[in-house]
Ligand binder design. Structure first.
Ligand code: SF4
Ligand code: SF4
Length: 368
């Protein structure tokens, strides 16, 4: 049998895409907590993910790259424990936006204005432990931890919390693509942003041949399919793979079983439109997504699933332990420094990854 190791190594994630078991870890377009990103990337890579989506921040990209290198050195150890390891590295993706978008914002408030008797519901609802009240250190929203989910806003009875949004200017895109050498980009857009999308794409197009993949993430809206068709015309000719990310209920997968319905419904709509490219779910995806796709008869029709807040929350108790234990020893928080925590994290990550990648599918792929 002809067996090209180079091609297998380079293109394994794309085979997952073609075969319908593409797993993307979404670290968060605004999530800049480098210790957490590094740990997430390391654990999920050893568990066998195909793509890692991080904030378009060079420091965050560097943390992810560092974790990918460590994963490479631990790949055999992972395989001996029955995990996928990373004989082929996942694609590294960054997310960009063409206009205001909840994925690209941070919450903010001045804790000095909070009533002394407030029971601090904001702190309780935050899934990222991004709100802190400390006498000596910083209080309020910890910027690098906040990923803009917005749950704290309605929780505040005094309406003190607001958000600030940011948009990547087209001028900032080219250096980002060149300097960080990333494999893929994801553009977050919404129906009605056509002119902004076109402007952003004009900045990206000269570098598109350096990319392996472009994803376009869009929530549902009136005339969605016409809008996606217009985007498709704008990005032609596209020299790489294309994913339509059906962004059902953004940043909500950790809330519960019901959040996955919106993305399944949206994916169904995009699949029915027959647009060229792959369809991948995100936004509300969680432990229920694969089984619900299967029972809806859609599992074989989607290219894969992206997991964000649910995947992060799964590992947050382990990452918290890592930070606490290593801070006590004044060591930099590296997950591989505590092997028992590392393999615990990989096992938890694997429990989610394996839902899409049955052993049979992985076996088939390794011989292609
Ligand atoms: S609840 Fe969401 S928006 Fe508010 S601080 Fe936490 S992560 Fe940020
Ligand atoms: S809920 Fe509002 S008032 Fe209460 S602590 Fe949080 S930000 Fe302050």
């Amino acid at each position: 049998m002809y067996y090209d190791i180079r091609v297998t190594y380079l293109y394994y994630p794309l085979q997952s895409l073609r075969q319908g078991h593409w797993f993307k870890l979404i670290c968060g377009a605004s999530f800049q907590h480098r210790t957490a990103v590094r740990s997430l990337v390391l654990a999920y890579t050893l568990a066998g993910v195909d793509c890692i989506d991080v904030a378009a921040d060079p420091a965050v990209v560097a943390a992810a790259r560092d974790a990918l290198q460590v994963a490479q050195s631990l790949s055999q150890a992972a395989q001996k424990r029955g995990f996928a390891g990373c004989s082929s590295q996942p694609l590294l993706m960054v997310s960009l936006n063409d206009g205001e978008d909840p994925h690209f914002r941070k919450a903010e408030f001045n804790p000095a204005n909070c009533p002394a008797d407030c029971p601090r519901p904001c702190e309780r609802v935050c899934p990222a432990e991004a709100i802190a009240f400390n006498k000596d250190s910083c209080s309020g929203v910890i910027d690098r931890r906040c990923y803009g989910c917005g749950r704290c806003l309605p929780a505040c009875p005094s309406q003190l919390i607001f958000t600030r949004s940011y948009i990547y200017t087209p001028q900032a895109i080219a250096p980002l693509l060149l300097e960080t050498g990333i494999d893929a980009i994801e553009i977050h857009t919404q129906v009605g942003h056509l002119a902004d999308f076109r402007r952003l794409w004009q900045a990206i197009a000269p570098w598109a041949d350096k990319l392996i993949l472009v994803a376009i993430s869009c929530p549902d809206g009136a005339d969605l399919i016409d809008y996606l068709r217009s985007l498709y015309q704008i990005i032609q000719p596209l020299p790489c793979q294309l994913i339509w990310q059906a962004d059902g209920r953004p940043m909500s997968g950790d809330i519960g079983a019901g959040t996955t319905h919106a993305t399944i419904k949206l994916a169904q709509k995009v699949i029915a439109a027959g647009l060229p490219g792959h369809v991948q779910l995100a936004g509300g995806t969680n432990n229920y997504t694969v089984s619900k796709l299967r029972s809806a008869g859609l599992l074989s029709q989607v290219a894969g699933v992206g997991y964000g807040s649910y995947a992060r929350v799964l590992l947050s108790p382990i990452i918290d332990q890592l930070e606490t234990r290593l801070e006590q020893n004044s060591e930099p928080p590296r997950l591989e420094s505590l092997p028992e925590l590392l393999w615990q994290a990989v096992a938890v990550a694997h429990s989610l990854v394996v839902q899409l990648k049955s052993p049979m599918k992985v076996l088939e792929t390794s011989h292609l």
